[in-house]
Design a protein around this ligand. Structure first.
Ligand code: HEC
Ligand code: HEC
Length: 247
């Protein structure tokens, strides 16, 4: 049986199932246009083919996984959703993304009782069954063009830049561009409210305190060098001005 035959059969079956479900349980809803049904059929078909051969992940698999699993919260371009606290992840470094997905899966990140945001993400990554899945989806997200956060954020930028240059630049770089060797991610473009929440989480040990979280442990040292919560706020305000992405 050729690939195109498999695809053809798959789409017809999926379309049928989807249409029947719509008719039964969502009778009052109008049916989505044919084009979105086709996309749905192609995606689900793609994912089921992929699941059958999960040893061989590729960039295309990453795109399919992203479309079915991640865009609901992170948006179709990976731009994030500030209302639900899902960060902008487009164009982040692939090894950093892979490590975070593994950390959520393994319970190294997102397990603290107070971490409601992390818990959401832990539930979502349960769909990724293997390292190959995580690498594929991370590579796809890394390939997306970076998007600048649009938030305005009031802070004392003088204090922010002083603290940043004294504490953060040694690991994250003078423009917060990141340092791959150290595992420190690029920070500009990420929503400031998310950044502030993360630094606060590192300070309290909600993130980064797990014994297997080596890079998180490094960051905890940095976060705890800031004198107080006001300085956390100011440093984030300063990072928010270091835009390296064209709006
Ligand atoms: C139910 C909503 C939801 C879904 C679905 C979801 N995420 Fe998330 N994601 C979040 C939230 C909320 C956070 C912030 C967690 C925190 O505050 O620690 C997050 C954080 C992340 C991070 C950490 C980013 C960083 O800068 O450290 C990555 C990477 C990520 N998500 C990737 C994904 C990928 C890839 C998928 C699909 C496989 C996905 N997410 C699906 C809500 C979601
Ligand atoms: C000793 C090196 C080091 C120092 C100093 C340091 N960081 Fe980090 N930072 C890291 C590493 C490594 C990570 C990745 C942690 C992980 O893998 O979860 C990180 C992660 C972060 C994150 C999480 C980003 C995300 O997308 O979730 C933020 C925010 C951050 N650092 C901000 C700062 C700020 C602000 C400072 C200065 C107050 C600072 N860091 C100082 C090494 C450092």
């Amino acid at each position: 049986m050729s690939m195109s035959t498999i695809f053809g059969l798959g789409s017809r079956t999926r379309k049928g199932v989807f249409a029947t479900k719509q008719n039964l349980s969502m009778a009052s809803w109008s049916l989505p246009p044919l084009s979105s049904l086709k996309t749905y059929a192609a995606l689900t078909c793609f994912v089921s083919l992929f699941t059958a051969h999960s040893g061989s992940a590729s960039a295309a698999d990453g795109k399919a996984l992203f479309s079915t699993t991640c865009i609901a919260c992170h948006g179709s371009k990976g731009e994030g959703n500030t209302v639900i606290g899902a960060p902008n992840i487009a164009g982040m470094d692939a090894p950093y993304l892979t490590r975070q997905l593994s950390n959520f899966s393994a319970g190294i990140r997102g397990t603290a009782a107070s971490d409601n945001y992390g818990a959401q993400m832990r539930a979502a990554v349960a769909v990724l069954k293997s390292d190959a899945d995580r690498v594929a989806v991370a590579s796809y997200v890394a390939s997306l063009p970076k998007i600048k956060a649009t938030s305005t954020f009031k802070a004392n930028l003088t204090n922010g830049s002083t603290q940043f240059n004294a504490v953060c630049s040694s690991c994250h770089g003078s423009r917060a561009q990141g340092n791959t060797q150290m595992g420190a991610p690029a920070l500009p473009g990420t929503d400031p409210v998310y950044l502030e929440r993360q630094i606060t989480a590192f300070r309290s040990g909600t993130r980064g305190a797990h014994k297997d979280d080596k890079t998180g442990g490094l960051m905890r040292v940095g976060a705890n060098m800031l004198p107080d919560a006001l300085s956390v706020h100011d440093v984030v305000g300063y990072i928010n001005t270091l835009n390296t992405v064209k709006p």
